[in-house]
Design a protein around this ligand. Structure first.
Ligand code: AMP
Ligand code: MG
Length: 401
């Protein structure tokens, strides 16, 4: 199919999903991994009624008047097994996290008390709110984390709280990254006439890592059918998906398109978006392959718009808590934006929060070869085909993370 919309492109790619495989990881190694299945709590949280303050466990009805004198019956600290029973007229000294003694329903904080020999004088309120009730945060058996959640510090801490020392996470799919072009040289090396530094593979590898997958970079391939065939064969044997960059347009040397036409299987070519019009998607020997454009902005944008949704669908990323590259927002334009004929126009915009209202401006030259435009800006407009937008207009946009 030639010339599909962004939605059609995603729909086609999702017919050929990446396989989701899982593995077990320790909590310490789980940062930024993606949970494979929902997990339920093995315990109540809190496990038992306990005090949230250092003070006195009392019966609230005993403490209506300041100056009440209560008999001290003992001390409960966190980790204590000993269970006291507080009768009317009694108090049990209690520390944060210690179990509530039977009979007590409230806490008087230590600052609101004086000790007189074996008694305590209560000078402040007895608060039931200082009792943390069994299961008030999470009940045993509750679903606590959803499949597709990217594990961050809080999720890892919660996993430990509910009894897990290891988690089943999604095995990082290996994503091959192949740059193609005679002009490309690895950064750090000497440039000869007509050569430029290869940058796409670095941007793409960073994007791949950011969403919890493993990039595998192959050496730069020259504009040669034999070279491409070799590296595609190698990548399809060792990786779960292939991203190429360069060589998919109309030029004589756009050989990724040529080899995919002749020896691979193309499911679509060209997407109605700007920048990022010329990509293709298909298979090389059963391995899904995205042929991304060579222009650095285009390859970045096509990854965000097409490759990410495919990976997210394949691996079941949670919409709210899974890996994300951008948030969809409405912004007010501070300068006019020109749309594109028959294409969604993804102009780079700088989104700022002005007193709670998101506003957007364009700052630099918007050429798809200018990767600096992705650094200076932090968003992409989602201008529908054939639509310009005026200053002051509200448009949809992606706020890049
Ligand atoms: P192509 O799609 O091969 O026609 O390339 C389009 C433009 O992107 C050309 O200006 C290339 O030099 C440039 N380009 C292609 N691949 C890369 C790459 N990996 N890194 C930086 N620029 C690239
Ligand atoms: Mg090229």
């Amino acid at each position: 199919m030639e010339g599909v919309t962004i939605e059609e492109a995603i729909k086609i790619t999702c017919k050929y999903p990446l396989k989701k495989k899982t593995e077990i990881t320790s909590l310490d190694d789980s940062i930024h991994r993606i949970l494979a299945y929902d997990i339920v709590s093995k315990v109540n949280d809190p496990r038992f009624d306990n005090s949230s303050m250092d003070g006195w466990a009392v019966r609230s009805e005993d403490c209506k008047n300041h100056g009440t004198k209560l008999e001290i019956i003992g001390t409960n600290k966190a980790g204590n097994h000993r269970s006291y029973s507080v009768q009317s007229g009694q108090a049990c000294r209690i520390m944060t996290g210690a179990p509530m003694p039977d009979g007590a329903d409230a806490i008087v904080i230590i600052e609101d008390s004086n000790i007189q020999e074996n008694n305590v004088i209560i000078n402040g309120p007895a608060r039931t709110a200082y009792v943390r009730k069994c299961g008030e945060n999470i009940s045993k058996g509750d679903k606590s984390l959803s499949a597709g959640t990217m594990l961050n510090s809080a999720e890892i801490s919660l996993s430990a709280t509910i009894g897990y020392d290891e988690l089943e996470v999604i095995q990082k799919p290996k994503i091959a990254i192949i740059s193609n072009g005679d002009e490309l040289v690895k950064p750090g090396k000497k440039l000869l006439d007509g050569q430029i530094y290869e940058s796409n593979s670095f941007g793409l590898a960073a994007l791949v890592k950011k969403i919890g997958c493993e990039p595998i970079r192959f050496d730069i391939v020259q504009d040669s059918i034999e070279g491409l065939r070799d590296v595609l064969d190698q990548a399809s044997r060792t990786c779960d998906a292939i991203l190429t960059s360069g060589g998919v347009s109309m030029g004589k040397w756009d050989l990724v398109r040529k080899i995919m036409e002749e020896e691979g299987e193309i499911k679509f070519w060209k997407i109605k978006m700007r920048p990022g019009g010329p990509p293709l998607f298909g298979k090389w020997k059963e391995t899904p392959l995205f042929g991304l454009p060579g222009n650095p902005v285009s390859s970045h944008v096509v990854f965000t718009m097409i490759v990410f949704p495919w990976i997210s669908y394949s691996l079941g990323f949670n919409e709210e808590k899974g890996p994300k590259l951008a948030d969809r927002v409405n912004v007010i334009l501070k300068n006019p934006l020109k749309g594109a004929p028959d294409k969604v126009c993804l102009r780079r915009i700088k989104i700022t929060n002005e007193n709670g209202i998101l506003k957007a401006t364009t700052k630099t030259h918007q050429g798809s070869g200018n990767i600096n435009s992705m650094v200076v800006h932090n968003g992409l407009s989602l201008l529908p085909p054939n639509q310009d937008a005026k200053t002051g207009e509200i448009i949809e946009a992606l706020w890049l993370r």
